[in-house]
Design a protein around this ligand. Structure first.
Ligand code: V1S
Ligand code: CA
Ligand code: ZN
Length: 393
């Protein structure tokens, strides 16, 4: 069909659960689980399922979720029901226990099922890497990086990434976590603040007063106590509006190249939040599908066990393009995916153009002003390079 064949010698596993996709956060909420359906529809239309091992992921168990989350929080999450809220009172009287029930983390029907399925896919993927049945695992339904041990935050209730990395740590001495979502990966960073076995790296838009969650400054590198082995193991790459593919790729490759060399991870976990793409409803960058995918390509080159998570992404057609392209990068050796969308894709109208790689003009009309100077990016790289002097494998 697309010329995509199953390469010999390495396996890609794909973990999803169609039941996850039917959940709704509410009419006006930007998080649309349906974007997973659109992504899969593009992935399957390209014929990619023939080149992967496809698994319907199960829901993670309470015990599995409790490897990170507090039982108080899980018990509450398992019993809360959506409150019928009168329209005009919306957002005004939420039950904010554990930050649940506000407008960012609403209570909706089947919330616990949704969360445990997201974590189930991520955990299944991590297990496939540990058992060496898979070399690259894909869990687009995961990547919910803001959730804390006992708190929901920023559309995230259960931190599937932390649960999956805890599984990887049973087999691999060191895990490198990379986060290209436009938001700071604060929940994952905090979870591993006091260990030198996980290095977390987040690239994000940073504006402490005007952009969620407001954390992730360049010099936030983990609690600097002398006795904390995790000190210096959090890398933050704060960026401004409008960064381009070219700048992002340069910075990503330079930073990740130096980190891999120094930290020598046994496995890589990559959160591929698609809200860093141009035209995202919440994001502010000018990244294109090619630049976003280049991060996956770069990580793949190390031939280390690799798990790919989803994350943010609020313009479903962009999300579907990015995650389809990145699935093709995971499975293909040399053969490039056709840049023209397949003839028959369900919901084809959603995509507007029939290309996998729309131009900035097609996406935005007028591209966003780029507020990232080359000088600033060089300073960031220098800070990270100096930080790495304190890190040893
Ligand atoms: N930016 C943004 C944004 N938009 C919303 C929102 C809009 C409409 C709704 F009906 C409900 C929520 N919330 C936010 C952010 C949270 C962004 C989370 C990103 C998640 C991720 O992509 O990184 C991973 C999946 N929240 C805020 O900015 C907080 C507020 C401070 C302002 C917005 N109001 C609605 C809540 C409080
Ligand atoms: Ca990020
Ligand atoms: Zn995000």
């Amino acid at each position: 069909e697309s010329g995509i064949t199953r390469p010999k010698g390495y396996n890609v596993s794909f973990h999803c659960n169609p039941d996850m996709e039917k959940h709704h956060f509410g009419m006006t909420h930007p998080m649309k689980p349906w974007r997973l359906t659109l992504s899969k529809s593009l992935i399957y239309s390209y014929g990619m399922s023939f080149a992967m091992d496809n698994y319907v992921s199960r829901a993670a168990t309470y015990e599995e979720l409790a490897t990170f989350h507090s039982t108080d929080y899980l018990d509450f999450l398992g019993t809360v029901l959506p409150e019928p809220v009168p329209r005009d009172l919306e957002n005004q009287n939420p039950d904010l226990k554990f930050n649940l029930g506000g407008s960012d983390c609403p209570l909706f029907d089947g919330l616990y099922d949704y969360c445990s399925m997201s974590a189930g896919g991520a955990l299944d993927g991590a297990r496939k890497l540990c058992s060496k049945q898979s070399d690259i695992a894909i869990a687009w339904g995961g990547g919910l990086h803001h959730a804390k041990k006992a708190e929901a935050s920023g559309f995230c209730y259960i931190n599937d990434i932390v649960v999956a990395i805890l599984q990887l740590l049973r087999y691999y001495p060191r895990v490198l976590y990379i986060d290209i979502d436009v938001h700071h990966g604060d929940g994952v960073e905090e979870a591993f603040f006091s260990t030198d076995r996980v290095m977390t790296v987040s690239f994000h838009k940073y504006d402490p007063n005007n952009f969620f969650p407001g954390t992730g400054a360049l010099d936030d590198n983990g609690p600097k106590s002398e006795h904390n082995p995790g000190a210096h193991h959090a890398v933050n790459v704060p960026l401004n509006d409008g960064i381009t593919d070219e700048q992002y790729e340069w910075l990503f490759n330079s930073i990740i190249g130096r980190i891999v060399e120094k930290f020598r991870p046994g496995a890589i976990a990559l959160q591929c939040g698609a809200d860093s793409l141009a035209g995202d409803r919440l994001g502010r960058f000018n990244l294109q599908v090619q630049g976003h995918g280049a991060c996956v390509e770069f990580c793949k080159k190390y031939n280390l066990p690799l798990i790919l998570f989803g994350g943010g992404g609020y313009t479903p057609r962009n999300v579907a393009r990015a995650w389809a392209y990145e699935t093709s990068i995971a499975i293909s050796c040399d053969d490039k995916i056709s840049p023209t969308l397949p003839q028959h894709v369900p919901w084809r109208d959603q995509f507007r153009q029939d290309t996998l790689f729309p131009t900035l003009e097609q996406i935005l009309g007028e591209p966003r002003v780029n507020r990232n100077s080359q000088k600033r990016l060089q300073d960031i790289l220098q800070h990270v390079t100096e930080q790495l002097r304190f890190v040893q494998a």
